[in-house]
Design a protein around this ligand. Sequence first.
Ligand code: RAM
Length: 875
Amino acid sequence: MLTPYALSCDGRTTPLGLDERTPLLSWRLRSDRRGDAQTAYRILVTEDGVRRWDSGRVEAGENAQIRYDGPALRSGTRYEWSVTVWNADGAEAGTADSWFETALLHPDEWAAVWIGRDPRIQPPFDPPVVDDLTDRVRHLAPPPHLRRAFQLASPPVRARLYATARGVYEPRLNGVRIGDRELAPGWTEYRTRILYQTYDVTDVVQAGENVLGAVLADGWWSGYVGFDSRHQAQHYGDAPQFLAQLVCEFADGSTRTITTDSEWVERPGPIRYADLLMGQHEDAALALPGWDSPGYDAHGWTPVQVVDTAPGPLVAEPDEPIRVTEELHPVSVTALGDGRHLVDFGQNMVGRIRLTIRDAKPGQRIRLRHAEVLTDGELYTENLRTAEATDLYLAAGQPLETFEPSFTFHGFRYVEVTGYPGTLAARDVVGRVLHSDTPFTGSFECDDETVNRLYRNIRWGQRGNWVSVPTDCPQRDERLGWLADAQIFAPTAMRNADVQAFFARWLADVRAAATPEGAFPDIAPKVAMLTEGAPAWGDGGVIIPWLLYRAYGDTRTLERSYDSMTAWIGHVHRHNPDLIWRHRVGNNYGDWLQVDAETPRDLLATAYFAQSTALVAAAARVLGRDPEPYDTLHARIRAAFVDAFVEDDGRVIGDTQTGYLLALGFDLLPPHLVKPAFARLAADVEKRDHHLTTGFVGVALLCPVLARHGRPDLAYALLHQDTYPSWGYSIVHGATTIWERWDGWTADRGFQAAQMNSFNHYSLGSVGDWLYGGVAGIEQAPDSVGYRALVLRPTVGGRLTWARASQETIRGRVACGWRLDGDQVVVDVELPPGTTADLLVPTSDPTSIRDGNGEAVPGPELRLTSGTYRFTAPR
Ligand code: RAM
């Protein structure tokens, strides 16, 4: 039966607290019948069983991004919704239901004010005196614990906490931690908007005394962020602030709202400091047992200061928060014999550790240092630059204690533990993996362990660098939302996980960070310099909205981005009237971290100018705007590109792989030059004995362009290459994530310069897109949106004897795989209802293709509708 599943609202499953006025409803489809399709749907939205919106039966195959079109939604209200679908025969089929809940839809519903520690009041304790603390951390203020007690005559029937921080916070109510978010509210362009979170606390609020509280730390607001030595901290403010509103509803219809106000009190607790880059320092002797519970005597606590009476631009959190999603256990713990232990998790991960401590002496000092790699058996931390990535714990002296820092994260595989009492057992140290909790729904697998490791490295890179913003790296003093890294990796990210809501949110920051003239930045949120984006960096502001539209049918984000996309093109054009992009190139990074093959920067820039202009024209067509000016401009840039950079024999000046890849991948060449240009690219790869020279920008195009132009053998040769430079080289040398540089470590020279040598940078992992699209063969047809029409081109090659991939698209599950079986190749395909695919069976004899029943089918190109299929053909 045709059945809807995975219902979502604005890209999330059952969102609690959204503030879009017209949310978008989606579902995926499955069916056990071949050729099935949704022919109609009906959505019903109810509130407390009362019908609010009935779409009626809509004759349409659409199953995603259906706009709620009922009466205005009310604040703080739970809406249940269901969808019923009709199948290919027009018969009523499955139904499924879900819900969403609105947050505070009107700014005037906020009665809360921003509160924080009163700077005029001295902390009631001495600052820490521990000799080896650096100046960077010595003066960091301890995170305040904030509390407010209040009385209720009866328990509420419904209670919601709306809360956020300028900084990061952990909410507390009646002695318990509320929710499982980490580092909320995450990082946005705080000057423009701050996200707030909604919590269902109905079961925690009680009759009698209640205590609402929070622990508040610097986070991105006032802590260390980035690498600018002149301005490395306090980018937004000099101390964190908190804002909360607890709304309780009672059986008699009355409500009571408790907000942050001047009635709150605060004091420091056991955390001496907490910083994203530096680490967390905790002194268990300073614990405040029961501080967030009723009955606690808050005598001596200090009144807070009301820092700001205007809530400012608050936006309900629109995507999944950061959570701990997995725990890793060490593969080894080695006692080093000098009071230190070395823990190896066997995987470069992002998060922190939880340490169980037994029989420590009071005040015993345990220090945790983190590193991605070792040198001579010791932590290699030089590449962290000024990020200290060090956690300190002073024990209380209990038989059993646990330490887990709460307001920091590190990128590491190894942890050095100093001062642990006795011998550290593997079970007492746990790696807590955290990241923005985008659902990982894609898979890829084959029979070559190095390729599988590469795929896993790519996934780990995505997880570790998805910490509220798509960061370049998670370990050193940087961790910034670089646009090029994000746009290059976005196609891979969209295969691995459902990142629609994540990117849609971040793109609002990208837009907010654009200059009044229309220049997108290099990084968003924008800190310090880096205002005008470089070629391929600023272009991320055009490319990612387009990719979201293609993959998820996200027209809303495209619409919201459109003006900034055209402004960017206008900006580049205005300063480069001859259409060769040489002026206003920002930091002009070129093909960043290429290997001895410098692609002319104006060539790379102009290619991106053409590509972005083509995408703006395409967006204009989708949105019903006028594409003509952009089509014309694109044709002119293309001509100018050929004129300036391409010779009559197809040589692209500079003669680099990336130069050819841009010309071919962005379709900039006239038809007669495609073959000769491609021949030069192929010859270059061969001449280098199957080695690449591409940097961040070129690498994404490498395998796809080689395969598309008839040389999948070269793409496979690069994939399997394991001498320098290659993906395989890093894996042979132990990489468990993607390295920033091809030569992060080489046998000849050891480590690259420590100033820039991350071992967890996803950019060079952009080949992941080709594992799904080339090796396993899942691609969208050129004009398709949201995978409605596919072209399946499974590519037999390399050392592989089988490969398969799957993806949860907005329509449902797509899978494609192949395997060699003697002299036959077997292809398996799964397509969700309502889709079609053109499958090219990889066979030497298109007249001998057989289907799952052994019936002959004419090939090699087969037109398929939804369902599962198997085909067998001679290799
Ligand atoms: C580095 C970042 C990033 C890159 C820029 C140009 O500092 O790590 O990956 O995009 O430089």
